[in-house]
Design a protein around this ligand. Structure first.
Ligand code: ADP
Length: 447
């Protein structure tokens, strides 16, 4: 096992990783920008190193500074959290060259899955069902037109280097195709420095269902059930649950074992998520995330596993500690992503948090780095906390969620807590009847 791990992240996830390390008896090194000198992850870590000024490109994305911080502190491994450098194959490669272990999959697996076309090709070759579409990228509108007329409209044009829901455009008919391709290409170029795009069948009313996997890089892999992340705003997840209200045990085990088998064949190491759109009983692969996800706690709730500790264990060379048969799912869990934003306009609301009070009690977990008097810097993501609630049944979970949201107090800034209170009153949410467009429609209705 490692003696010292550097956490190359901030906010709630840095704290989450720190907690896992501490329980494993591992020393922690926090890194931070000058804007985060007073952050909770810095306060709680055994050591901390300032790695640069506020903009992420000069600090949390600054590879030389992070490698230097490892060398100064003697950290043997780096946990990247999510976002920032967590899916950066070059970073994983550079760490390896310096003899520092990247807690995550191989640089090669990150690279393959980071290129959506290659990821889709790999998934297909491993027997995972994919969305019908172009075999590779499309360079011209003419090429896109040919694919679109083969698979039929509507189609979606997506960035090869995509992420965070950017660089995606829908074309409902041939007349919309040219604009969609051009806009997707220029958005992709601006956001990712790579304007390559591909074409996929646009699914009208799918759910977003993703399978959590864990592999040891030695040919053993298991799946840990699914999460339903259909409630999204601008392709960003807002509310996640495990298990999905839309699947039965037989469907779960069928897609889960297919995915676990594929990951075993790939020799995948660490945690990963295979994301699918699910419509009319069929699964369609959209992408794989080769990292820990924001929504991992709902899986922890239903399996009783600590995913970060499992990540660290396999990274330190240990074999998987369990078989598929020993994994059982119990109860239901829901996560609400709480952002420092106005709950109706979603305008960011950084600033001083005058007071916080987190809910507690049976089945309630809050992952957050907030504290009273903390000043939320304006430079980063607006996620300030995650409320994760579990119960024996989905109904119990929803009742508990309502109670927990009522106890949650954040003063001095605006948060999205009122949005979740509104959602809990919606019959479709109560019944678990929603697709990936439900939330956008709801927000448009309530505007
Ligand atoms: P990103 O990496 O930017 O998050 P994804 O490929 O994961 O992109 O897609 C994000 C979201 O976009 C999905 O959860 C879904 O809501 C929507 N989406 C992506 N592909 C399709 C598709 N073929 N049909 C309908 N919606 C899609």
């Amino acid at each position: 096992m490692f003696e010292k791990v550097l956490i190359a992240n901030r906010g709630e996830i840095a704290l989450r990783v720190l907690r896992a390390c501490r329980e494993l008896g591992i020393q922690t090194v926090a890194v931070h920008s000058t804007a985060d000198a007073e952050a909770m992850h810095v306060r709680l870590a055994d050591e901390s190193v300032c790695i640069g000024p506020p903009p992420a490109r000069d600090s949390y994305l600054n590879i030389p500074s992070i490698v230097a911080a490892c060398e100064i502190t003697g950290a043997e491994a780096v946990h990247p959290g999510y976002g920032f450098l967590s899916e950066n194959a070059r970073f994983a490669g550079i760490l390896a060259e310096h003899g520092i272990k990247f807690i995550g999959p191989s640089a090669e697996h990150i690279r393959i899955m980071g290129d959506k076309i290659e990821a889709k090709r790999t998934a297909k070759a491993l027997g995972i069902p994919v969305v019908p579409g172009s075999e590779g990228g499309v360079a011209t509108v003419d090429e896109a037109r040919k694919v679109a007329s083969d698979i039929g409209y509507p189609v979606i044009i997506k960035a090869t280097a995509g992420g965070g829901g950017r660089g995606m455009k829908v074309a409902r008919s041939e007349s919309e195709l040219e604009t969609a391709v051009n806009t997707a290409q220029s958005e992709a170029k601006a956001a990712f420095g790579n304007g390559d795009v591909y074409v996929e069948k646009y699914l009208e009313k799918p759910r977003h269902i993703e399978i959590q996997v864990l592999g040891d890089g030695k040919g053993n892999a298991v799946h840990l059930g699914e999460r339903d992340c259909s409630l999204q705003r601008r392709h960003q997840k807002v509310w996640e649950e495990a298990l999905s209200p839309a699947l039965n045990a037989q469907q779960r085990s069928s897609i889960g074992s297919r995915v676990a088998k594929a990951m075993a064949e790939l020799g995948y190491e660490g945690v990963g998520t295979i994301e699918f759109l699910y419509e009319n009983g069929e699964f369609y692969f959209i992408e794989m995330n080769t990292r820990l996800q924001v929504e991992h706690p709902v899986t922890e709730s239903i399996t009783g596993l600590d995913l970060v500790q499992e990540q660290i264990r396999v990274a330190s060379g240990s074999d998987l500690q369990f078989t598929q048969e020993s994994i059982t799912f119990s109860g239901h869990a829901i996560e609400c992503r709480i952002n420092a934003e106005n709950p109706t306009t979603f305008a960011p609301s950084p600033g001083r948090v005058d007071a916080v009070h987190f809910p507690g009690g049976l089945g309630v977990r809050v992952d957050s780095a907030l504290y009273s008097g903390y000043r939320i810097p304006p430079y980063y993501d607006s996620l300030i906390g995650k409320l994760i609630v579990s119960g024996k049944t989905r109904t119990e979970c929803m009742m508990r969620l309502r109670r927990a949201l009522g106890e949650f107090v954040v003063e001095g800034i605006e948060t999205t807590i009122p949005l979740f209170q509104q959602l809990l009153a919606e019959p479709d949410i109560i019944d678990g009847q929603y697709d990936i467009h439900w939330l956008e429609h709801f927000l448009a209705r309530s505007a």
